[in-house]
Design a protein around this ligand. Sequence first.
Ligand code: TYD
Ligand code: MG
Length: 446
Amino acid sequence: MPRTKILFQCQSCGYSSPKWLGKCPDCSEWNSFVEEERVSKLKTRKAAEPVSLADITHTEGDRYSTDIHELDRTLGGGVVMGSVVLIGGDPGIGKSTIILQSLKGLSRLGHVLYVSGEESPEQVKLRAERLHIRSDNIILLPETSLEGIISVTQKVKPRVIVVDSIQTIFSVDLPSAPGSVGQIRECATKLMFLAKKQNIPLFIIGHVTKDGAIAGPKVLEHIVDTVLYFEGDKGSPFRILRAVKNRFGSANEIGVFEMAESGLKEVDNPSELFLSEKPDNVPGSIVTVSLEGTRPLLVEIQALVTASSFGVPRRTAIGVDYNRINLLVAVLEKRVGMHLGSMDIYVNVVGGLRIDEPAIDMGIVAAIASSFKNQSINREFFTFGEVGLSGELRAISQAGVRIREAAKLGFTRGIVPVNNMQTFDNYNIEIIGVKSVEEAIEILFF
Ligand code: TYD
Ligand code: MG
């Protein structure tokens, strides 16, 4: 008989404790502890044999295309057999839609088992009609019990399994409710073993609440091979699928989609899209180049600098790190001599994108300076580079890739760190290398 143990677990972060607590010591959430029963799995097992690295024969896992190029890209070039992929995001952002669309390609492999714990087969059918998906190989299973799902997979022998969503699945072995940390972890682990044993891909869909801290998908991140998160504003039609973790490809790779009448449409050239509404001759706007995974993306940075009417000036950052803005404002103040201390400053990355790269520092600085001086920046310019505390412009990675993307979209003058200077014979582009922010600003506002 396996030993059972009662423990209490925080539903917000997964912290466990032998007794009930009012406040979680880990994530400070109040009243988040729920009693969970854990079956102790401490059984004696034969230890694994050590192997020399040289003796291991290399097998590059087979990859299959989902027929959605942007999804394949975020997966690292297609789905790997036996891999477990978690797709997370806010409710209603498009997780069920993208997975259903990908089944068009994946159902060519053989039977696909679509476990739907949230929608009835009729609802899924209705959606599939809208997305023009017809395949005899897609089998719907309106089931929420883990044991039920496992017994059906033994009968159907699917080549792909989709679980939508993991929050609705429960195992009878555990007394806690579906969606609790214990249930999610237990169900995902059992499903993962199933996928690995049969060498088939498993897609797990998980909801993430607004603050992004919900235990559900977070506790799964280390169990699964690939984690894809949907980003985007529900008000805007654009959706970004970002690989946060990928054992079979590069992380941070993104896919860009547009939600349309008949499902998610791929956006082939996101740079064009993000720049499509860039105004001309308006102060406070410049184009910079960010690298998302392996893909260069041109984005417009906007800034608005106004005299503050309160004692403490406001600083607002959308799409970039707030502390980074404060740092860059301090550099402008001290090294360039701009008096921004009594100014409200708003910075925004257009298109709902979130960028964590210091390469866009120079873009932020240029946008703030442009708004402060009330002088627009010529539309042929783009800029990138990391700003250091002494006001120096530091080199960044993969400058060539970024410059080429800017040249492709018709930009003709680039202000870049002097150590990133390159010449391009085949493009009509002038690259200006500068050492400091001050120098860059002199060129931009001569
Ligand atoms: P859905 O995939 O159900 O979200 P999730 O599974 O992440 O909760 O997406 C639902 C939203 O997408 C809903 O608001 C309607 C919209 N939508 C479209 O605009 N066009 C479509 O073709 C489909 C299927 C959905
Ligand atoms: Mg859904």
